[in-house]
Design a protein around this ligand. Structure first.
Ligand SMILES: [Zn+2]
Length: 82
């Protein structure tokens, strides 16, 4: 099932950990896979976690039929040399 969601939402380097549906929305919660976790957003290098603020961000994505699609993920900052 999570493979289906991955291809529908076109999320790469993530694994789907949860999916929720209401009458009007479909939301998936994703987590970065090991190889892609804790990378710098600018240079792509691996770095130490600066904080793992446990802040969850939600992105609106393409609608699925009549339902609105959302992607949820924990965000954090990475300490980078640059
Ligand atoms: Zn960097």
């Amino acid at each position: 099932m999570s493979k289906l969601y991955k291809s529908i939402f076109n999320v790469n380097g993530c694994s789907v950990v949860k999916q929720e549906q209401t009458d009007t929305t479909v939301t998936i919660t994703v987590r970065l896979t090991k190889g892609n976790a804790s990378r710098c957003g600018c240079c792509g290098r691996k770095g130490k976690l600066y904080d793992n603020g446990r802040e969850q961000r939600v992105w609106r994505t393409l609608d699925l039929g009549t339902k609105m699609g959302f992607i949820k993920m924990d965000t954090y900052r990475v300490k980078c040399r640059k």
